[in-house]
Design a protein around this ligand. Structure first.
Ligand SMILES: C[S@@+](CC[C@H](N)C(=O)[O-])C[C@H]1O[C@@H](n2cnc3c(N)ncnc32)[C@H](O)[C@@H]1O
Length: 381
């Protein structure tokens, strides 16, 4: 068996990213196929413990500690550095090692693995906090909520499990603007979420579409752009095209954004008329997947009123295949449903939505093959 495992490892070492992901998916299928009933129960019912213990390890600084030191460290030493009970620390480290979150290299001795190093990064730690503190309360009430709603699809931003979980009647993003701790998890997590993933600018057609563009005019408006990573990505991909680059978001989010050269920050609520008229690009990444169709139409209509015949809307979102969707895409779809009453869309659903708004899709370029990350280009009908 060792030989078999080694040969898979050698194959994976030489494989490109797409092949490695396909291999990982096949190994996952195999692993489930080999499960005993008991294994199945353990995999599913004890799942919440993994996130909770990961949060504890973040709180104790265990991932950073293990990633910083060059050699293995004993549970006793970890206890000394964190101030926690050595017996408790040993149990936590043993758990993390058994889930391959850290590596066990001897009795009571541990070191960082590549997973540990990922979890030592601030964005990943924010992601752990976001899911533990924000998603857990919502998931707790999901089954009851769906039962009470007679298992109807969730499609309202104002009435989804999130509102019940946090005892509010506001939609998520407005509510979160006044939750500094949760916003402090969400913003860096969002910013980090796309790290290492394929990049949308590789399929964009800036040179072709911007020929003769007057540099005095707005070039790129990032609507609900967060802290500006996408404006930066645009600037890097199109350094020679002149024009204003504008980052729009709600004030509390912009407050978390550093100042960047050549990027104008503008407070703007995308449910109100778009103040920048006639820009070449209006870019939306992970905005429309936050809303059900009727609210997306409102967002799009506000942008459309500001567009000229030369303007293009760039929508950077998942296009979920009709069949065989990746588990990370389906996970995201249901997360969107619980928190926002929204969804990840298939190509058919995107076409229906944009037609409803009065827009024409001119191109869909899928650049992230496994989850279906795509750039949708649309213009006025
Ligand atoms: C899922 S995040 C996406 C951020 C950014 N587009 C990205 O891809 O990194 C959604 C963003 O929409 C912003 N947002 C939510 N409601 C908004 C509104 N009504 N007007 C403007 N921005 C809003 C949030 O502050 C957040 O930055």
């Amino acid at each position: 068996m060792d030989e078999l495992v080694n040969s898979i490892q050698r194959f994976a070492d030489k494989a490109d990213d797409v092949t490695r992901r396909q291999l990982s998916s096949s190994l996952r299928d195999l692993s489930v196929a080999f499960e005993s009933p008991n294994d199945t129960m353990h995999r599913i019912v004890y799942q919440p413990i993994e996130l909770a213990i990961t949060q504890v390890a973040v709180d104790l600084g265990i991932f950073r500690l293990l990633s910083r030191i060059e050699k293995p460290i004993s549970a006793q030493e970890v206890a000394g550095k964190t101030g926690a009970d050595p017996v408790l620390i040993n149990r936590i480290l043993r758990f993390l090692a058994s889930f391959r979150i850290i590596a066990e290299c001897g009795e009571g001795v541990f070191e960082a693995s590549h997973v540990t190093k990922t979890l030592a990064e601030p964005g990943a730690q924010a992601g752990v906090g976001h899911h533990f503190y924000f998603f857990n309360p919502i998931l707790q009430i999901l089954p009851k909520w769906l039962k009470e709603h007679h298992y109807q699809n969730v499609s309202s931003s104002f009435d989804c499990p999130f509102q019940r979980g946090f005892n509010t009647d506001q939609p998520l993003f407005l509510w979160m603007q006044h939750q500094p701790e949760l916003l402090g998890y969400f913003v860096p997590f969002m910013n980090d979420y796309h790290k290492g993933k394929p990049v949308w600018t590789t399929v964009a057609r800036f040179d072709e579409q911007c020929q003769g563009w007057n540099g005095e005019r707005p070039l790129f408006v990032d609507v609900g752009g967060g802290i500006g990573s996408q404006c930066l990505e645009f600037q890097q991909a199109a350094p020679k095209i002149a024009g204003r680059v504008i980052l729009q978001d709600l004030q509390q989010t912009l407050d978390q954004s550093p100042t960047h050269n050549g990027i104008e920050k503008m407070t703007h609520d995308f449910f109100t008329p778009q103040p920048i008229e006639g820009a070449k690009y209006y870019y939306l990444r992970n905005i429309l997947h936050d809303y059900p169709d009727n609210r997306c139409v409102q967002i799009l209509n506000h942008i459309m009123s500001a567009m000229s015949s030369e303007s293009i809307i760039l929508i950077n979102e998942l296009v979920v295949p009709q069949m065989g969707a990746h588990w990370q895409a389906t996970q995201m779809d249901l997360a969107m449903m619980c928190a926002l009453g929204s969804m990840e869309r298939t190509e058919r659903q995107w076409r229906t939505l944009l037609a409803q708004a009065g827009m024409k899709i001119t191109r869909i370029s899928t650049y992230g093959l496994f989850m279906g990350d795509s750039l949708i280009e649309a213009v006025l009908e």
